[in-house]
Design a protein around this ligand. Sequence first.
Ligand code: CUA
Length: 322
Amino acid sequence: MGDAPANIFAAVSAPASRTSELSLFVLAVTGAIFFVVFGLTIVAVVRFRRRDTDDGREPPQVYGSNQLETAWTVVPVLIVLVLALTTARVIQSIQGVTRPANAIDVIVIGHQWWWELRYPGLGIVTANELHVPVSDPLAPTPTWLTLLSADVAHSFWVPRLAGKTDLIPNRVNHMWIAPTAPGVYVGQCAEYCGTQHAKMLLRVYVHPRDEFERWAQAQRQGDPQVPSELDAVVAGRRVFESNACINCHSVAGTVGNGRYGPDLTHLMSRATLAAGAAPLSPETLRAWIRDPNGIKPGAHMPAMKLTEQQIDQLVQFLLTLH
Ligand code: CUA
């Protein structure tokens, strides 16, 4: 699955496909108006241009035509009515949907500058990379998103799946997606939320149903399988548990249960770190722990002033979190 570009005209999910169809319809109507008005303007300019034979007097002036006035009032009113009603119908078809019983529930919590993702029905907590099943248009299994914020206003936007919906402090917003094609769809926070707004990236992995079930199964396994014979891993876990890491991060089966930063229980199942700021690898992990600001200036994770040996051990531990 390669990265798909964030193209609003390449919709693969119901809300986005409906809005892009509507925008093409509006473009067609307004485009037709543009060509009619522009065409008539050109005809008038060419046909009634100033000629050498003009005698300098104005042509006869014509005032008042009830037929014309009626036509140019009624026709625009009808056009506006058509545009308003089709728009209202699309909004209703997106916002008026009640949650089907078989929907997947995900709580999305915006943080400066990352996404907390919780699947209350499945007992999964992850970050920045949303995994959902593909939805068959004939028997839809949409994903129902409940949008919250831990700090300031953010906005959830994955252009190929749905329009933007804001995450507002002290308010609960909802949206849904029903992607019909497997793949990776990229998005990002679409509401300025501070220094690293630009690096509040988002990836949505759409899986065939069985593949999604396997992912969910792997995420549900609570304790990471720490091979205890590896000294470096054990030492790394000790570094994690005896430093301030645990105040902000959770790893199931350890004393770390913080929620200020992303849950790391299945860290290595993700492709990126720091909400898409860098690909996830031992090297980027090391660089990130040594100096988060080097990758994401303004990030709320502090440099922990660990020794190089501690960083190596910590990375060895983190690499076991599949
Ligand atoms: Cu979060 Cu911009």
